[in-house]
Every structure is written in structure tokens, then in C-alpha cells.
Design a protein around this ligand. Structure first.
Ligand code: PEP
Ligand code: CO
Length: 453
């Protein structure tokens, strides 16, 4: 084993506290008109019960470490931004349905358990490239998420009471997910529970059904010999995540448990490509947490900076704690990802590598709509799989923005959407998502990659 390199960047940091990020000029924070109101709301949130518990978080860390070693595969996905209005029975269950459908396709191909992580139950904050936008000739703040302000242009002033509403919408969403899973929704004996309206129309639906039948047969066969772990068939674990963007909110959900600090608002927190600076407030905040931490890495990520960042976020080099999510765009994926793999390998840093093939491939059409091409998404995925494989590294999972609805937001795929189709059913409040048919199709493409590795 190579000797451990100099770790000064991590060791020279002063002691960590949940508020040690204060005074570090955090980026992308709303400015509230009344500091007293904000303080009162944060005090209320601090007194409320946690949404998740450390035992679940530690289990996820363990499963992520297994994924990094190649014995599991991670499916991380959901909407770009969650709206308070998405906190509805069908909207929640449909999001779980598509994740379960995709995960059965992946499990069947990889012959490995899939770790399911939803961008759900708290994904209420968005960083935006621009602070303001002009709508009908009026300049307003860009929309930064329902927990900050309303979408209506008349409601764009940040309102701290929305943070409390964010907490309650996250808890109602998570409560329903937990009830569905405890009540047998994820039971592999009943994949029919995961059926969606009109799903028969998706081009690869028949293949999906075949897999479901094969899995069912295998379970029945094994059960007749008493040879299956009933617990793993009856229920699945489901984890939540969101971008740790609004630091005061995240701090209010940070609790000291069993002599370690956890953010108990979600199982996994990630920091975005815009807030991952090693000297920045977001990195300072997450470095003291015991949760697994995702870091989004865009094409501007320098290998030396990443090495330093990882030393700060994961100074004890705990496997499963650091999830590097590359989102390079199809043009840069192969070249940039291989340099980052090399930088962390030479540092003996354990990393859970994931690929987000969405965020580096966003383009704006001539009509001014944000979209992503299905072909570019697939190309980035393929290149990232190949790059890891050539480097003797393991791509542990994927990260998508997707929905179970038949929206028209990303172009391409076997549904053949083109730019002129986008206006038909474009519903996203932020970034364009894969629709149901495109999500199923991409699960099959990943399944092919997993089968061949
Ligand atoms: C996102 O995941 O919605 C996002 C803003 O990602 P990134 O930080 O990678 O741009
Ligand atoms: Co997004």
C-alpha cells in the first residue's frame, strides 16, 4: 500500500460545529427581510422530531460501501425540485413505482440488490445560475424552491415560514412512503402494485413484464424449497436525499446522537457543483456530519481540488461516506472522469462513484426551453461506464431526474420526441426530466451495461 499523503488541508481546520459555517459567506442563501422571524422558525424546527434516525443512515453508508465494491448498485432519482403540491397520494406513490420498476430491471440484470435513493421528502431548495429573471417585463427573483418562496411572481420574496412548511411536507411525504413499504407495496410478490396508468404504451413495457414474470417464477420456485429470505422479498429499503443548500435549515435538523453529528432531515445529503468549493460554507457544514455525502462534480473540477475536497469531507477515509457524482456532459465524461479516478486512487480515498448524466447535458432550444437529449444522456452513461471499467474502477450507481408521468421535457428516446413536441406536456418547474417511457428505456440500457461488466 502506498504511504498516506499529506493531509494538512483536513487537519488544519478548526473544530467543527453545526454552526461553524457561519461567517463563511455561504452562496445561494435567501436573504430574509426579518431576521427575528427566521430565528423563531429555526427554533421551532430544531424542537421538532427528526425525520430519519442514525441507524438507517449508518445502514445506507454500509450499503454504499458495498456498491463501491461492486456488490450492490445505486439508483438515485426523482424530480429536480419537489413542489409542496407534489405531497399528494398519487404523486408520491407514482414516484416510488417508477423507482421500483427501474430497480427490478437493474436487479435482474446485475444479479445484485439495488440501493434506492429518492430525491424526495425535502428536495425543496434550488441553486440558480441567475438571481433574477424578467417575466412579462417585471424583474423578480428566480424561483429557488417552495421552501424559500412561492412560484407565482407575486410571491418571490423569501418567507421563513416556508421552511417550517418544508419540514412538514417532507415528513408527510416520508410518512406515506414508510407506510406504503411497511404495508407491502414493495413486496416482490405483488409487482402489480407498481403498475402505472397507460404504461402498456411504453415501447419496452413487454420486456419489463417478462422480467417481472421471471422474477416471480424464481421467487415461487425458491419458496417451494424454503430457500428465500422472506424479509428481502416482502419489503425493500428506501432512502431519501436532497441538496444541502439552505444551511440554516440543515443546521436546525442537525442533531448530536451517539457522540456523532447527523443531519436527521434525510439519509443522504449532497452538495451541488455550484457550492462544492473547499473553502466554502457548504463544505464546512457537511464535513462534520456522519451521513453519507454526495458531491456533484462538473467539467470544471480540477483533480487536485477534488483530492483536497475529499480529504476535508472524508478525513477518516470511511468507505461509503463519500459519493462522487460526476455530471460532465457527454463531451467531457471520458476524459475528465478518468483524471478524477486517478487523483483519488493515488490518495487511497475510498469513493462511491455515481454518474448523473442529466446536468451536464442541459441545452436551451431556440424557443427558449431547457431540454436534454436522450442520446446525450445515454452517451455520457456509456462513456462513464467504459471509463471506470478501463481504469479498473467501479461505477457504483446512477443519478437521474425523472418522473412517472408522460411529460415531454427531454428530446429523443424510442418515443421519438423532438423539439416541437416539448410544448405539449412540459411540466417541470426547474430542469427537464426523463418521462416514464424514457426512464424505463434507460433502465434497460443500464441493465445491458451491468450484464456486460
Ligand atoms: C441538481 O441536481 O438539480 C443540480 C442543481 O445539480 P448540479 O449541482 O449538478 O448542477
Ligand atoms: Co436539476
Amino acid at each position: 500500500m502506498s504511504s498516506l499523503p499529506d493531509q494538512s488541508s483536513a487537519q488544519n481546520r478548526p473544530n467543527w460545529n453545526p454552526d461553524s459555517w457561519h461567517g463563511m459567506h455561504p452562496l445561494h442563501q435567501p436573504v430574509y427581510a426579518h431576521a427575528d422571524d427566521l430565528k423563531a422558525v429555526l427554533d421551532d424546527i430544531r424542537a421538532l422530531p427528526p425525520l430519519v434516525v442514525p441507524g438507517e443512515i449508518d445502514r445506507l453508508t454500509g450499503e454504499l460501501a458495498e456498491a463501491a465494491a461492486g456488490t450492490r448498485f445505486i439508483l438515485h432519482g426523482g424530480d429536480c425540485v419537489e413542489r409542496f403540491d407534489d405531497c399528494r397520494e398519487t404523486a408520491i406513490s407514482n414516484r416510488i413505482r417508477i423507482l421500483l420498476q427501474m430497480s427490478i430491471i437493474l436487479t435482474h440484470a446485475a444479479r445484485k440488490p439495488v440501493v434506492r435513493i429518492g430525491r424526495m421528502a425535502g428536495q425543496f431548495f434550488k441553486p440558480r445560475s441567475r438571481d433574477t429573471e424578467s417575466i412579462d417585463g417585471v424583474t423578480v427573483q428566480t424561483y429557488k424552491g417552495d421552501a424559500v418562496h412561492g412560484f407565482d411572481t407575486a410571491e418571490r420574496e423569501p418567507d421563513p415560514h416556508r421552511l417550517l412548511r418544508g419540514y412538514f411536507h417532507a415528513s408527510a411525504t416520508l410518512n406515506y412512503i414508510r407506510a406504503m413499504i411497511a404495508g407491502g407495496f414493495a413486496d416482490l410478490h405483488h409487482p402489480d402494485y407498481w403498475n402505472l396508468r397507460d404504461m402498456e404504451e411504453a415501447s419496452r413495457f413487454e420486456e419489463y413484464q417478462e422480467i417481472v414474470e421471471r422474477v416471480r417464477d424464481a421467487i415461487h420456485f425458491m419458496e417451494s424449497f424454503g430457500g428465500v429470505n422472506r424479509g428481502s422479498i416482502r419489503g425493500v429499503d428506501f432512502y431519501t436525499s436532497h441538496e444541502a443548500l439552505h444551511l440554516a435549515y440543515e443546521q436546525a435538523l442537525t442533531r448530536n446522537e451517539t457522540e456523532a453529528w447527523y443531519n436527521l432531515g434525510a439519509h443522504l445529503l449532497w452538495i451541488g457543483d455550484r457550492t462544492r468549493h473547499v473553502d466554502g460554507a457548504h463544505v464546512e457544514y457537511v464535513r462534520g456530519l456522519s451521513n453519507p455525502i454526495g458531491i456533484k462534480l462538473g467539467p470544471g473540477t480540477e483533480p487536485d481540488d477534488l483530492r483536497e475536497l475529499c480529504r476535508v469531507v472524508n478525513p477518516s477515509r470511511i468507505p461509503g461516506r463519500l459519493v462522487c457524482i460526476t455530471r460532465m456532459g457527454e463531451r467531457y465524461a471520458a476524459e475528465r472522469v478518468s483524471k478524477l479516478i486517478e487523483a483519488l486512487r493515488s490518495d487511497d480515498m475510498p469513493v462511491v462513484w455515481c454518474c448523473d448524466p442529466m446536468h451536464g447535458n442541459t441545452v436551451t432550444t431556440s424557443a427558449g426551453r431547457k431540454t436534454r437529449s436522450f442520446d446525450a444522456i445515454v452517451a455520457e452513461l456509456r462513456d462513464t461506464f467504459a471509463t471506470h471499467s478501463e481504469a479498473g474502477s467501479i461505477l457504483a450507481g446512477v443519478h437521474f431526474e425523472m418522473t412517472a408521468d408522460p411529460v415531454t421535457e427531454c428530446v429523443g428516446g424510442s418515443v421519438g420526441l423532438n423539439e416541437s413536441d416539448l410544448s405539449r406536456d412540459y411540466r417541470s418547474w426547474c430542469d427537464p426530466r426523463l418521462n416514464y417511457a424514457q426512464s424505463l428505456e434507460i433502465a434497460f440500457l443500464i441493465a445491458d451495461q451491468l450484464r456486460s461488466r
